[in-house]
Design a protein around this ligand. Structure first.
Ligand code: NAD
Length: 366
């Protein structure tokens, strides 16, 4: 199969759909890989790195799309790319169709085979191609939170680890899922006192079993949240209700109960956030302040660490890419139930029911 790796052209996206290690595997399996010149630069992989493992570097994005049976990328195609996608071409990437009717209609129109990373689902309901990005964001949340706690950044001026003779900072983590656990682990590693809340007792039992004793679990309810926001320095929002908007666990009126310079990193911003005052921000302008509380609400946190994020993403996508290349999309999806769940649009027909529901469309037979 001919596989194309275009350069991401979405604003501020430096990740790339495949590393030289992935190209190496595909070439070993007798596939041809076209990489757009400069596609990996932002992640630290250069044309020569790809060429050394057998990729053919092409000058333009148009050439990559025109010559490939399957496109492997990171973000959803943007308007400039719509016209490049060909009938029957497999596009394997994050799509998030339910959040864009324009994108959905464009992909229907192009009659491509759209396989979305975010809906590939394992038997136990976990989303293997989303997990690494939550891991990155969870760990990064503490790094960013620690920075914004510094006085010049308008934070409380607290060093999370403390020093001998001075108590460490306190971190409150809402949600003990992937983001929450990674955040708690990083905060604990810095020596901070950590309180982690969830409504799922299985998650809390797990955290209690594996974390050191300065990570304390508590059940998530309004009483406990109101109690803890008063004396915690850094609050991490990592709550997710599958397929729904995140609940506002911290409401506007609760900000006045926090100490000036408290920092909120609402990682759940991409689902609306678990803080009422959350609104999406960017890496150029990541924070805003309301009632002296610093809000960090960047919706694509992994984009700031493209080397790590590209490696983490491609580690998990490569086995599926290999399967699609070796068997073709029909056989690959027929024999792999997880991958089959990734099929969203097939030659002009939407087959993922959540997309049809999101836009109140009529279902079609396939
Ligand atoms: N901003 C970014 O760049 C970025 C990156 C990756 C993930 N995310 C987002 O982070 C969020 C969390 O992702 P995840 O992978 O950790 O999800 P997850 O499903 O692994 O964890 C969510 C947790 O929230 C818990 N929860 C539900 N209701 C709760 C409540 N009322 N109180 C406390 N906990 C509650 C669930 O029980 C679960 O343990 C998602 O919205 C995800 O899209 C954002």
């Amino acid at each position: 199969m001919r596989i194309g790796i275009p350069k991401e052209i979405k604003n501020n996206e430096s990740r790339v759909g495949m590393t030289p290690a992935g190209v190496f595997e595909l070439v070993k399996n007798n596939h041809t890989v076209y990489v757009q010149s400069g596609a990996g630069d932002g992640s630290g992989f250069f044309n020569t790195d790809y060429q050394q493992v057998g990729a053919i570097v092409l000058d333009t994005i148009g050439q990559v799309y025109a010559m490939s049976d399957m496109i492997v990328k990171v973000k959803e195609p943007i308007k400039e790319e719509y016209g490049l996608i060909q009938k029957g071409q497999v596009v394997f990437t994050y799509f998030h169709f339910a959040s864009s009717e324009t994108l959905t209609e464009a992909m229907i129109d192009r009659k491509a085979i759209c396989i979305a990373y975010e809906t590939v689902e394992d038997e136990d309901g976990t989303l293997p191609l989303l997990t690494p990005m939550s891991e990155v964001a969870g760990r990064m949340a503490i790094q960013q939170g620690a920075k914004y706690l510094e006085k010049p950044e308008k934070g409380r001026g607290v060093l999370l680890g403390g020093v001998p003779g001075v108590a460490p900072g306190k971190v409150l983590v809402l949600g003990a899922g992937i983001v929450g656990i990674q955040a708690a682990k990083m905060a604990a590693g810095l020596g901070a006192h950590v309180t982690i809340l969830d409504v799922n007792m299985k998650r809390l039992r797990y955290v209690n079993d594996v974390m050191p004793s300065h990570v304390v679990t508590e059940f998530s309810n309004e009483f406990n949240i109101r109690k803890h926001i008063k004396d915690h320095d850094l609050i991490i929002g990592g709550v997710l209700l599958r397929g729904a908007k995140a609940p506002n666990l911290i409401t506007r009126d609760m900000l006045k109960d926090m100490r000036p310079g408290t920092v909120i990193v609402d990682v759940a911003v991409d689902q609306g956030g678990c803080v009422e005052t959350t609104r999406p921000t960017t890496h150029e302008n990541p924070v805003f302040i309301i009632d002296d509380v610093v809000h960090y609400c960047v919706a694509n946190m992994p984009g700031a660490v493209p080397y790590t994020s590209t490696m983490a993403l491609t580690n998990v996508t490569l086995p599926y890419v290999l399967k699609l290349a070796n068997l073709g999309w029909v056989e690959a999806c027929r024999t792999d139930a997880s991958l089959q769940k990734g099929l969203n649009i097939v030659e002009g027909k939407v087959i993922y029911k959540e997309i049809i529901e999101a836009f109140n469309w009529q279902a079609v037979e396939v």
